[in-house]
Design a protein around this ligand. Structure first.
Ligand code: ATP
Length: 332
């Protein structure tokens, strides 16, 4: 069963062509993440799926039903926003119940669904509180609870964790992953955070300038990117790109991930340590090479390298990727 089908979807705002020929098929129960740089059209695509924006052309099908011209409330979707969008004068229970009440749902059913969602999200102690009396993380859980009780065919998340601090972001990320497993629902999630994309997605859709660059599982995109843009977008610290030099085609670029570089006095790259980042579990070195390129090295564990130190770096040629001058992947 296909949860969502996008066929030749285009969206323009006046003269600005924001989404360009988007084609995508999402399977039932799949967790899809849209990533891409600011302004690439992620939110617009999500809003077109939700019905908050009309597609200029193309077709949107949700669970086998053409919803291209269907209003948001009738698309069988629930959306969770970055801003939570809770009603300040309603308590948690009231916020979660509102959509169901408006849909004329039976009171017993509403109470049952709220109880189940509150349990799933550990919100039981807060049901009588108003949003102002909750932390950011708790508010976002209420917004997620409100989405769950509607039992949608498809969940849409628009950067739901961006307003949370780092620790809470990670905790809530794990909760969303568990929720996806428990509910067995189809989910589409927009973020510019590559860690969220890597950890949550069954498949990642990388967008750039309104077009899909590549679709695939996180590890497929990480290990086998179609082009330099995708290679550079996924992974933190991001992939190093070095001029291939006399060995490669004119303008060719060699991509090496920071974790595949090792320190070796006789290494192929010689340079000087420009900066050291000690993260406890890892140490990142920024090295300026003799060719004046900056290379990031990610070393496991703690190391006592110093700024200014002359250093050699080595890498396994088999773990490098090659790109042509336009950024297209060159395969051996
Ligand atoms: N209502 C609108 N009218 C005109 N242009 C718009 C409108 N909404 C979005 N855009 C433009 O469409 C492009 C894509 O915007 P969108 O918000 O989808 O990007 P995004 O990838 O979600 O970015 P971000 O990560 O910054 O939220 C941008 O250039 C934006 O300025």
């Amino acid at each position: 069963m296909t949860a969502l089908l996008l066929e030749n979807v285009n969206k323009s705002f006046g003269e600005v062509h924001v989404l360009k020929d988007i084609n995508l098929e999402v399977a039932d129960r799949e967790f899809i993440v849209f990533v891409g740089p600011s302004g690439c059209g992620k939110s617009t695509l999500l809003r077109v799926i939700a019905g908050l924006e009309d597609a200029t052309s193309g077709r949107v099908t949700i669970n086998g039903r053409d919803v291209t011209r269907t209003p948001p409330a009738k698309r069988g979707i629930s959306m969770v926003f970055q801003s939570y969008a809770l009603y300040p004068h309603l308590d948690v229970e009231g916020n979660m119940a509102l959509g169901l009440r408006q849909a004329g749902e039976d009171r017993g059913v509403i109470a049952e669904r709220i109880a189940a969602a509150a349990k799933m999200l550990s919100l039981e102690p807060y049901l009588k509180r108003r949003p102002a009396e909750l932390s950011g993380g708790q508010r976002q859980r209420v917004a997620i609870g409100r989405a769950i009780v509607r039992k949608p065919d498809l969940f849409l998340f628009d950067e739901p964790l961006s307003n949370l601090d780092a620790a809470l972001r990670m905790a809530t990320r794990v909760e969303i992953a568990q929720l996806h497993r428990n509910l067995g629902a189809s989910m589409i999630y927009v973020t510019h955070d590559q860690t969220e994309a890597m950890t949550l997605a069954d498949r990642i859709v990388v967008l750039r300038d309104g077009r899909i660059e590549q679709v695939g599982s996180p590890m497929a995109l990480y290990n086998d990117p179609a082009n330099q843009f995708v290679a550079g977008f996924l992974g933190a610290p991001s992939m190093n790109f070095l001029a291939a030099g006399p060995l490669g085609a004119p303008g060719a670029v060699l991509g090496v991930r920071p974790e595949y570089l090792s320190v070796s006095a006789t290494g192929a790259i010689q340079g000087r340590v420009a900066h050291v980042e000690r993260l406890g579990g890892d140490t990142n070195l920024l090295v300026t090479t003799r060719a004046e390129e900056t290379v990031t090295v990610r070393l496991f564990g703690q190391h006592d390298h110093r700024v200014g130190e002359e250093i050699g770096l080595d890498f396994d040629r088999a773990r490098t990727l090659s790109f042509d001058a336009e950024g297209k992947r060159l395969r051996a």
